[in-house]
Design a protein around this ligand. Structure first.
Ligand SMILES: Nc1ncnc2c1ncn2[C@@H]1O[C@H](COP(=O)(O)OP(=O)(O)OP(=O)(O)O)[C@@H](O)[C@H]1O
Ligand SMILES: [Mg+2]
Length: 296
């Protein structure tokens, strides 16, 4: 297993009656492009704001690089949370000089980040003359000035046209190929599939899935089970090979299993342990479909 960059433990943040992030535990490993995928309002920005120290969690904790965060931690993290405020009348290059002063980065970096972001020919043009895509790439350039080990991006392609979107996605892949770990929030399944290697799917602040992106296409099997003795049902369920998780809804256990799932074998497991089920119903769905249902 490679080194852990970010770990959250049951992070929770409420806004009044809304639980924006609900007991969220994720693990981002070095060298991955980690996608936080969720529909609008699912808690992506709230989660990023917490781990970047912008807002406080109500409960739970997190570590960066295996330690409690300190002011020095954030020097190792480049961030792009919202479209930053550059000075419109100044050139891209002069805007980056100001960013260098704020971050304590060397001016030598300016040329490198302009080249990396494909702005080398436009560095002397005023920011206001930039297309939206160029503005966004300049923002990424600024985030890279102090050679961060991690880059955190919140919806970096929002508002861009298809060409701008493609350029920013290519840029993220290029940055990742240089060994920078990327944490990217997006509401676009397609974006996460194209750019990310790992994904956490959020639904109303809770984690629906965490794993590699290829797993998005695998099937998730959900089984609804009921029996007169629900206590025995749950204990037998938890001892079954392939069992992942369950919750009880209206006296029915809704359980998930790793594929391949064999309903007859599960039924036999209960029967052989002295429990007759009153209900057994299987639903199979790809995570991709689960996500599309979430956003529709
Ligand atoms: N400052 C705030 N005050 C009150 N409620 C908030 C605040 N910030 C977020 N919320 C609520 O918390 C929930 C999660 O919001 P958040 O912005 O984290 O979601 P998101 O996944 O980033 O959404 P989007 O895709 O629209 O950016 C939403 O219900 C939102 O209305
Ligand atoms: Mg957001």
């Amino acid at each position: 297993m490679s080194e852990e960059i970010l770990n959250t433990q049951s992070l929770t943040r409420r806004y009044g009656a809304v639980t924006a992030v609900d007991q969220l535990s994720i693990s981002v490993r070095k060298g991955t492009v980690y996608g936080l995928l969720g529909p609008n309002g699912s808690g992506k920005t709230t989660l990023l704001s917490m781990v970047l120290g912008v807002i406080r969690p109500d409960s739970g904790s997190f570590t960066w690089f295996g330690s409690q965060p300190s002011p020095d931690t954030y020097k190792r993290v480049g961030t792009l949370l919202e479209t930053p405020n550059f000075y419109p009348h100044l050139s891209g290059e002069n805007n980056l000089k100001i960013s260098c002063m704020i971050k304590g980065a060397s001016y030598d970096r300016i040329r490198e980040v302009l080249t990396l972001t494909g702005l080398e020919g436009r560095g002397h043009h005023s920011f206001r003359s930039y297309s939206l895509g160029m503005k966004q790439r300049l923002a990424i350039a600024a985030a890279l000035l102090n050679e961060p080990e991690v880059l955190v991006l919140d919806e970096p392609t929002n508002g861009l046209d298809p060409k701008g979107i493609a350029e920013v996605r290519e840029l993220i892949k290029e940055i990742a190929s240089r060994g920078v770990t990327v944490l990217l929030a997006s509401h676009l399944l397609d974006e996460v599939e194209r750019v990310c290697t790992e994904v956490a799917i959020l639904k109303k602040g809770s984690l629906l899935y965490q794993g590699n992106v290829d797993g998005l296409r695998s099937e998730m099997v959900t089984v609804k089970l009921a029996a007169p003795d629900m206590g025995l049902l749950v204990s037998l369920l938890e001892s079954y090979a392939g069992y992942k998780a369950h919750e009880i809804r209206n006296n029915v256990a809704v359980a998930s299993f790793d594929p391949p799932f064999d309903g007859a074998a599960l039924n036999r497991h209960f029967f052989e342990n002295g429990l007759s089920l009153s209900h057994l119903e299987t639903e199979r769905e790809s995570l991709e479909k689960t996500f599309l249902k979430l956003v529709s």
